[in-house]
Design a binder for this molecule. Structure first.
Ligand code: NAD
Ligand code: UD1
Length: 335
């Protein structure tokens, strides 16, 4: 199939492009490079040893999107393009609502106009809010406390309404848990701007010596050791989940959790990282981070049942591959 991948130069998008190419699909990337670099597109082609078509465009630009649909026979869309920093979304809500909602509307309008009925959307476990774990797709959603989360919940609703109104439209709403790790080649991975907010990139930068020590946000949660529990999923597994979702689309809107079903605490992740990579991660316990919940992990059985997909790589592989990418990035090893 010819797949339009918006945000394909980004972290999850780039890994998914390599998985799509490996599965025999053709890839057209649309990305405005607001949070990525064009060299990633080159690396995707190097890894897959195949060509991709790249458009540096903004997905909210309806004319630019129309041009792509006119020029190519698109069979399906995977929509990753979006802004994703939770804290920033509180300071710049309009940027988030505009970018994340308008992009979804522009793309679905083009899909309607050109008769494209396969759509896969990047949602987030954040839409569950502080529900009871494990999170299961049938749960009622809770408010997310930030505009970023609201854009995901709203986009899910828009896509579901479109599918309800047009039975031929097939959409998969993929709720990711905590994507980490990098391609085994070390060529593509996650590169946040500035000081990372998320745990794994922070840990890799501590390992590299760029940051002094990890601050563990709270050790008084009702969890195995008091620190926050999350469902970390290797980005390579997540990428395969998209191929499975695309290839198993059925009419209507379908929600899938993409997680491992396994909860890992902050201190367990630190220990796994030290073991996997033979490096020391100094840390201190500090206050809880506002807005954090104690535990978040998936009931991942629906994706296995309906898509034949399950995560295969464990926390050690996630830590090993995250560190390989960070080490490669500027070639400086601390130890
Ligand atoms: P990313 O920032 O690495 O990738 C997003 C890509 O979209 C970037 O390359 C960026 O340049 C591009 N982009 C943004 N707005 C655009 C626009 N208007 N037009 C064209 N390109 C645009 O992020 P990611 O981690 O790969 O996330 C991909 C998707 O998955 C996002 O929608 C994100 O909200 C969602 N998601 C991510 C996580 C996570 O932890 N990484 C978790 C849940 C959901
Ligand atoms: C974050 C996002 C969430 C998104 C998810 C997926 C926030 C508030 N939420 O969630 O919307 O869907 O990523 O990637 O950004 N931690 C530390 N020290 C650190 C960083 C994190 O102790 O320096 C702890 C956190 O308290 C949490 C765990 O590590 O318990 C994971 O944190 P993080 O990687 O930021 O992910 P989430 O909070 O799950």
């Amino acid at each position: 199939m010819n797949i339009l991948v918006t945000g394909g130069a980004g972290y999850i998008g780039s890994h998914t492009c390599t998985a799509l190419l490996k599965a025999g699909h053709s890839v057209i990337i649309a990305d405005n490079l607001s949070n990525s670099k064009s060299e990633t597109v080159r690396k995707i082609m190097d890894i897959a040893d195949k060509e991709v078509t790249f458009y540096e465009i903004d997905v909210t630009d309806a004319e630019a999107i129309d041009t792509i649909f006119r020029k190519h026979k698109i069979d399906g869309v995977i929509h990753f393009a979006g802004l994703k920093a939770v804290g920033e979304s509180v300071d710049k809500p309009l940027d988030y609502y505009y970018n994340n909602i308008v992009s979804t509307m522009v793309l679905t309008k083009a899909c309607q106009k050109y008769g494209v009925n396969r759509f896969v959307f990047s949602s987030s476990a954040t839409v569950y809010g502080d529900n009871k774990v494990p999170f299961v797709e049938t749960m009622g959603l809770l408010p997310t406390t930030n505009p970023y989360g609201e854009t995901k919940a709203m986009s899910e609703r828009i896509l579901t309404d479109i599918a309800n109104a047009n039975p031929a439209f097939s959409v998969s709403l993929l709720r990711y848990f905590n994507p980490v790790g990098a391609h085994w080649s070390g060529l593509i991975g996650e590169r946040p701007n500035g000081i990372p907010n998320n745990l794994m990139p922070y840990v890799t930068q501590v390992a590299k010596g760029k940051l002094g020590k990890l601050r563990v946000f709270g050790n008084d949660y009702l969890t195995v050791d008091g620190t926050g529990v999350r469902d970390y999923i290797h980005v390579a597994d997540l990428a395969e989940g998209h191929v499975a979702a695309l290839e198993n689309l059925t009419e209507g809107a379908h929600v899938y959790n993409l997680g491992t079903g396994q909860g890992t605490s902050v201190l367990e992740l630190v220990k796994a990282f030290e073991e996997a990579n033979d490096v020391k991660i100094p840390y201190e316990i500090v206050d809880r981070r506002p807005g954090d919940i104690a535990s978040c992990y998936a009931d991942a059985s629906k994706a296995e049942r309906e898509l034949g997909w399950e995560a295969k790589l464990d926390i050690i592989a996630m830590c090993r591959d995250a560190w390989r990418f960070e080490k490669n990035y500027k070639g400086k090893l601390r130890k």
